[in-house]
Design a protein around this ligand. Structure first.
Ligand SMILES: [Fe+2]
Ligand SMILES: [Fe+2]
Length: 342
């Protein structure tokens, strides 16, 4: 095995020793690293890890290799083309000429999820400059899923997706970004991204509706009225905002290293406080209590990963030793605990 510095890590390396932080296992031995894992290690400030090298891969050595075999929410190629489209939109100096690009992107995201019944919410994340783009697209994906589930009219969803894509654009003017901006309302950067985004987008009111532009300024208002600036509460907050907040907060939690179970638990805990309970429960009915990607310990003491929602919100389908099992009374397999930080 060899020691690799964080900056030299590549997706595909196999972890040779459990990576832990404060006695929490972040990655188990044998895990094949993904770009998302590398982002998580960054969030936990892990400086180096041990990976297997070619000397380790000998016939006489007992090496286990664990793939997290969950398909991504959309094909990688499609996601990459959305990333490229949004990178163009983000270049504000060209937004007038690129407003068609924004419309095409919105239509494409909408049409991808409009007829999709079995959604696997395995989102992509990126590091560095593209992180904001990934977060914006993920927020739009979740907004789209919620809106389609509620059978909202297309014109509404269209504005919702624009607002979701643009909600954090203000960070791109600040050169600084707070990933989990729901928990730190006093932070100056958090306050500034609302104003910079709103002021910049006001220049494009011919191409982007007033509602979507207002949503940028409003997206950290809270359902209980304790948000930033306007202290709007309940139904006085634009529904575009109340829906996009659910996906925004969920993706921010995942990006900052929380597992899907912790992210959905945060939404449930803040339902009626930060968020509109109606939209939280809609999202919950889609993901279940253990969203895709949650690593769990089963009642047979085996580790498994949630691959999709089961028939009931509390009994997901898990993958254990390469086999798919629906948890619940029929199989007698239950989730004993959620393994943190994975
Ligand atoms: Fe924000
Ligand atoms: Fe955000």
């Amino acid at each position: 095995m060899r020691k690799v510095l964080f900056s030299d890590l590549q997706p595909g390396y196999v972890i040779a020793e459990d990576v832990t932080k404060n006695s929490i296992i972040l990655l188990s031995e044998g895990t094949v690293l993904t770009a998302h894992d590398i982002q998580q290690l960054k969030n936990y400030s892990i400086k180096m890890v041990y990976v297997y090298d070619e000397d380790d891969f000998q016939m006489d050595k007992d090496i286990k290799i664990i793939f997290k075999e969950i398909p991504p929410v959309v094909e990688k190629q499609k996601y990459e083309s959305w990333t490229n489209q949004f990178e163009k939109v983000k270049d504000i100096t060209k937004l007038n000429e690129n407003s068609e690009e924004l419309n095409t992107l919105v239509k494409d995201i909408y049409s991808t999820f409009v007829e999709e019944e079995n959604i696997v919410l395995n989102l992509f994340h990126a590091i560095g400059d593209e992180a904001l783009t990934a977060h914006s697209i993920n927020t739009a994906i979740i907004s789209s899923i919620i809106s389609v589930n509620l059978k909202m009219p297309y014109v509404f969803t269209f504005q919702l997706l624009k607002a979701s894509l643009l909600h954090d654009i203000g960070y791109s003017f600040l050169g600084e970004r707070v990933i989990n901006d729901y928990e730190d309302l006093e932070n100056k950067t958090v306050k500034s991204h609302l104003i910079s985004g709103y002021k910049a987008m006001k220049n494009f009111k011919d191409n982007i509706s007033k509602e979507a532009i207002d949503a940028i300024l409003e997206h950290h208002e809270r359902y209980d009225g304790k948000g930033i600036f306007m202290r709007l509460s309940g139904e006085r907050i634009n529904p575009l905002v109340r829906i996009l907040q659910v996906g925004d907060a969920y993706d921010s939690m995942i990006e900052s290293g929380k597992n899907p179970y912790e992210a959905i638990s945060f939404l449930l805990k803040q339902s009626g406080k930060m968020f509109d309970p109606y939209y939280v429960s809609t999202f919950f009915s889609i993901t279940g209590l253990y969203p895709t990607g949650t690593t769990v310990l089963l009642n047979n003491n085996k580790k498994a990963i949630v691959v999709k929602k089961g028939r009931a919100t509390v009994f997901p389908v898990v993958e254990m030793d390469g086999e798919r099992i629906e948890t619940g009374s029929e199989t007698g397999i239950f989730i004993k605990e959620v393994l943190k930080g994975e």
